[in-house]
Design a protein around this ligand. Structure first.
Ligand SMILES: [Zn+2]
Length: 294
């Protein structure tokens, strides 16, 4: 079943590329705007292939250039969410392609032996999607019943301090809350702490300014935007599909989510935004639908 689905995705990707739709999207939608690509935990070989392909079709820019004037060519910024330990193995690839990615970290998970909640075996049995629909307190109670507590050391799944130290000259580390709750399911106090404290904790941990934020799971509303602004962040990335330019709202930056394991053909198709749109549509949304990814 899984293999069948993978084959169908490859065929659809092939169609998007062969029919010229991928190229047309680049010309008419992407234009010279910035595609902020969102990865999580890709392996070095796959990322190397993706970046090699990207360099042929666009310029790679840091996220801080997302609203800089266009140069006539499509641009892409690389972002990775959550600060997975596996990101450390990507450093040679970043250096090889001369790319400075932004990695959005959870301040109370990285740098210590903590586990991202959805990577704990207890969350699997409780059901990720079910957990995400609960209030934050309900989710934490359910996870506690399954043997997980977010502020207790456990199996490390995030980057260690040594790994971040080794990467910092080539990587921009920014904030992705403290523990990665769904912010829209948090109380006002929880939400404020997750946003504001993550900035201060990361600044203390990394000893550099933390000015950019990414909404966990892509969930945000007016309250979250206001808190991000009040905390002193200069931008925030959503999971809404699209490209960015000078007119973009810096606190609602759009993105193109990339499958960490995509073949180069599927990657080319994903750059159109169409596979992500279809996924959101299937899950009951649209350009701003439900966001099942972490
Ligand atoms: Zn995340």
């Amino acid at each position: 079943m899984k293999r069948g689905k993978a084959i169908i995705k490859e065929i659809l990707a092939g169609l998007l590329v062969l029919t010229g739709l991928a190229r047309a999207t680049r010309i008419f939608l992407w234009r010279d705007r910035v595609a902020v690509l969102l990865y999580h935990d890709p392996d070095p070989v796959t990322l190397d292939r993706h970046l090699r392909y990207l360099r042929k079709i666009c310029d790679l820019v840091p996220l801080t250039d997302v609203r800089a004037p266009g140069t006539g060519r499509p641009r892409a910024a690389i972002t990775l969410d959550d600060g997975h330990a596996g990101n450390a193995a990507l450093l040679p690839i970043f250096i090889k392609h001369n790319v400075r990615p932004t990695i959005f970290l959870c301040s109370r998970i990285v740098g210590r032996p903590r586990t991202h909640w959805w990577l704990h075996p207890g969350s699997l049995s409780a059901g990720h999607e079910r957990l995400k629909r609960m209030t934050n307190a309900e989710r934490l109670a359910e996870l506690a019943a399954q043997g997980f507590q977010q502020d207790i050391d456990d199996r490390p799944t995030g980057l260690s301090l040594e790994q971040m130290e080794a990467m910092r000259s080539h990587v921009d580390f920014q904030a992705h809350t403290r523990f990665h709750p769904v912010l829209t399911r948090c109380t006002d106090a929880e939400c404020a702490s997750e946003i504001t404290d993550s900035k201060h904790e990361l600044e203390a941990l990394l000893n550099n300014a933390c000015e950019h934020f990414a909404y966990p799971n892509g969930n945000y509303g007016e309250r979250e935007v206001d808190l991000v602004k009040a905390a002193g962040f200069r931008s925030a990335r959503t999971c809404d599909i699209g490209w960015n330019d000078q007119r973009s709202d810096p606190f609602r930056l759009r993105t193109i989510i990339v499958d960490d394991t995509a073949s180069t053909r599927r990657f080319a198709a994903q750059l159109t935004g169409i596979p992500l749109f279809l996924r959101y549509l299937k899950e009951g949304g649209g350009w701003k639908g439900k966001f099942p990814q972490f």
